[in-house]
Ligand binder design. Structure first.
Ligand code: PEP
Ligand code: MN
Length: 263
């Protein structure tokens, strides 16, 4: 179902009124984790003014350590929904547990499956049975075919609305958090009709590397860019070291628009 043979035209996924995959770029931005409402609103207004069209934030955080901040749970979903409504942006948030899919789907416009859960087949089946679009991140050690097979799990349940997201793969080199596989974008485009976006934040882990990799992703044909933004990265509850400040986001968003106009 994910293959171009099944569906030769590029798919367009409607995310709360924002078409993803039809030419207009999905500009997903927001902090790693949902935090307090005032901060969430401040960041949302800033990224929206910079051109973001989908707001992000995790309420259920898949942390490496069980002692790290795990997210605000349903309270976080409420905050994100309220802020999205106030600013007129659809929202995307991660669901980590099949038991929470119904709850998350009640609030979110787009359900994110994180890299760590790309092959959680029970979770994929569950989001496949929901009527919400799915943002499927590539697993950190997944081949492109593995990733498309995971998309297939969602599609096979009758949910055609899958967006793929390249977020970097494991490598031997600690110079970057992960290794940004920019070639994955044209490889997927050659195999599948599904929209593909890039996440240079998790791919690189370093603010200075985010703008060049965002632009590389768009040049390679990505249908959107996912970037983490925080107004005080030093106190962020998660992924502070890779967060762009709102003014840095505004600058890269402007560069992305200029590049997209040339393509
Ligand atoms: C995230 O988007 O904050 C996240 C945890 O991403 P990934 O699953 O790509 O690590
Ligand atoms: Mn993050």
């Amino acid at each position: 179902l994910a293959s171009l043979d099944a569906h030769p035209q590029p798919s367009v996924v409607d995310v709360g009124g924002v078409p993803v995959g039809g030419g207009q770029l999905a500009m997903i931005a927001g902090p790693c984790a949902v935090e307090e409402p005032e901060r969430m609103l401040r960041i949302a207004m800033a990224v929206k003014a910079a051109g973001a069209n989908i707001y992000r934030g995790g309420a259920y955080k898949p942390r490496t350590s069980p002692y790290s901040f795990q997210g605000l749970g349903e309270d976080g979903l409420k905050i994100l929904r309220d802020v999205g409504d106030t600013c007129g942006m659809p929202i995307v948030t991660e669901v980590t547990d099949p038991r929470n899919v119904e709850t998350v789907a009640r609030y979110a416009d787009l359900l994110q499956i994180g890299a760590r859960n790309m092959q959680n087949f029970v979770l994929l089946t569950e989001v496949g049975q929901s009527n919400k679009p799915v943002l499927l991140k590539r697993g950190m050690s997944a081949t492109i075919v593995d990733w498309l097979m995971s998309a297939e799990y969602v599609l096979a349940q009758g949910n055609p609305n899958v967006i793929l997201c390249e977020r970097g793969i494991k490598s031997f080199d600690p110079s970057t958090r992960n290794l940004f596989d920019v070639a994955a974008v044209p490889v997927v485009k050659g195999l599948s009709h599904l929209p593909v976006i890039v996440d240079p934040s998790h791919a690189t882990g370093k603010p200075a590397l985010i703008p060049p990799c965002a632009l590389a992703g768009v040049a390679a044909g990505a249908d959107g860019v996912h970037i983490e933004v925080h107004d005080q990265p030093e106190v962020a509850k998660s992924d502070g070291p890779q967060a762009l400040l709102p003014e840095q986001y505004a600058e890269v968003a402007d560069q992305i628009r200029q590049l997209a106009a040339l393509l």
